[in-house]
Design a protein around this ligand. Structure first.
Ligand code: PCA
Length: 204
């Protein structure tokens, strides 16, 4: 059976949970006739991209979807592009804070996701989940993971398709914040991710 690799992140920035991992960990074991394998990734510029690449090598999936938390967003957002740039507002979980620098000297400035992001966002909306394509994955660890995965797959001429989806805070996280902040229930985000993956698998 072909495989889908879905990654989620450990908590960071003082949070107790990360909705990206809560969703990845709750996925069904089979989607669109493919086995779903999930992996928890450290919020680390050094170890995060390597963990995703190791999982790709180990599992040999046909589709890779990395999930990350985007606190403050109100929708589930498939990312269009990963950029060759890091500018960390806060330290990662190793205490590293790269600022204003390329991720990889000599690599291209950016890679577009090789997943059908517009169709995936529409599939999520059709399933009743607030969603929209995002044209920036930021300049923190999530963008670094997306860029590194796309760079590695492009340079090895791999047919594996890969992309990233940012998810909002869970209601439990938003309750802890003093400012009014959007959130979506994990079960709703989960439904969106399943619909997005079904769309990505049907696409080719
Ligand atoms: N979100 C961060 C890194 C880990 C996560 O879940 C980001 O958007 O870069």
């Amino acid at each position: 059976m072909e495989k889908i690799l879905v990654t989620g992140f450990e908590p960071f920035g003082g949070e107790q949970t990360n909705p990206s991992w809560e969703v990845a960990n709750a996925l069904p074991t089979v989607i669109a006739g493919r086995a779903v394998v999930c992996e928890r990734i450290p919020v680390s510029f050094r170890r995060g991209p390597a963990a995703v690449l190791n999982a790709i090598r180990r599992e040999n999936p046909s589709v890779v979807l990395c999930l990350g938390q985007a606190g403050g967003r109100a929708k589930v957002t498939p990312e269009f592009v990963g950029i060759n740039y890091a500018d960390a507002r806060i330290s990662d979980n190793d205490g590293a804070q790269p600022q204003g620098m390329r991720l990889s000297a000599g690599a291209p400035d950016a890679y577009f996701s090789t997943l059908p992001v517009r169709a995936m966002a529409q599939a999520m909306i059709d399933a009743g989940v607030p969603a929209a394509v995002s044209y920036s994955a930021g300049t923190y660890v999530c963008n670094a993971v997306l860029f590194s995965a796309l760079h590695a797959l492009a340079t090895s001429h791999s047919a594996v398709r890969a992309g990233f989806v940012h998810v909002p805070y869970s209601p439990e996280q938003a309750c802890q914040l003093s400012k009014v902040t959007p959130s979506l229930p994990i079960a709703l985000v989960l439904r969106g991710i399943v619909s997005g993956l079904e769309c990505a698998c049907a696409w080719g």
